[in-house]
Design a protein around this ligand. Sequence first.
Ligand SMILES: [Cu+2]
Length: 157
Amino acid sequence: MKITRHLLTAIAAFTLSAQAQDADVAVIELKPSTNPSAPLAYETTELSVKAGQKVKLTLNNTGGVLPQPHNFLLLKPGKLDAVGALANAMLADPQGMAKSYIPEAAKPDIIANTKLVQPNQSETIEFTAPADAGDYPYICTFPGHWMLMRGVMHVTK
Ligand SMILES: [Cu+2]
């Protein structure tokens, strides 16, 4: 009997924490730039989430002044240039498009990502924000984009 009561208490506690998390989801929509003088960019270049928060992010590739495929990669701090260089190298990969231009060697540095999203399409991903506060870069690795198409996700405690 004692074991059963413990188990029920544990289940109740788990259910409560799951509900608390559901109520605290950061819903983000990222779109391509609508600014003709800076067409190759995300519309939003700074995002803020809480450490460990659930994030529901949609890359909505509509309305951009320059209709092109885009993706979204959230990276570990300090990994922007290294992953960008790997993305550039993918230009020579005949399978680049099929791989959504996501470099295999970059995977340990990727916290979350969408696939390549074609114009007028969108993709929604869900992930948990990093537990550590900091500035996490995000980029589009479609060839030639990452130098301009980037932003920073601020993770705060
Ligand atoms: Cu792009």
